[in-house]
Design a protein. Sequence first.
Length: 303
Amino acid sequence: MPRLGAHMSVAGGLPRAVERAIVHQCEAFQIFTKNASQWRGRPLGREEIREFRARVRAARLRPVVSHASYLINLATTNPALRQQSMEAMADELDRAEALGLLGVVLHPGCYTIGGEAEGLALIADSLFELLHARRRGKTLVLLEHTAGQGTALGATFEQLASIIARMGDHRRVGVCLDTCHLIASGYDICSPEGYAATFTQFGRLVGFDRLKVFHLNDSKKPLGSRVDRHEHIGQGCLGLEPFRRIVNDRRFRGLPMLLETQKTEGRSPAVIQVDPLDERNLATLRSLRKSEVRRPESLRLET
């Protein structure tokens, strides 16, 4: 069975995100380890790290991933922005390593001067340098497939495969697929035929061994729009059937599948309480997830 969860706020400290995951009955979850719209984050204290790891372990929540800052752009040729992006991604990796996270989800970047090929090479070289400097680490870089807006890279499986290949098929590079981004970038996962073709292509070009996380989001915009606008599960252009297929696809068994849908507005971030929108979306996904079929006792083989 896939492990369902959502992105959880760290308001009040990282351990509070674990509490929020618990009240939503998550099996896995995602966080920002610092403000996603700022270059620098506050230092993480040893006690906060210790408490976070202990609570995650006690609640048997796994895996936990972080999402990198939206400011990071490893495809840029601008020297100042490139340096800032390298330093920020290094910090993201170090924070995730300290917290014991599976990996850091990263939007690959947008090329500025130059083109696609140069941008992909810059991303790969940057990530290789960052991981080489952290050879003893375990944290993965999780390249998120994008909607393809503007000059954003990572919108095709070929582009993701190119980054991984240039990194020498580095063992610490994985992929995060977002259902909203898939349809926005032109992958038809709504029809049975389109779903089959999409994942056949993914398996051939990238490989299912690289797939580590799903973001489950419906889309406000239709197939090929190249616009990233998340909608609640079953209420957008995907509908329920693609999600039913994904949560029951044997190839994705055990993978974390995480919501990034809109939260309920006007609620105090200081209070640990169930968000009605998260609760509804998670309930919808759980209703689509088939229970494991157990063989009758009389049909089980003796061991």
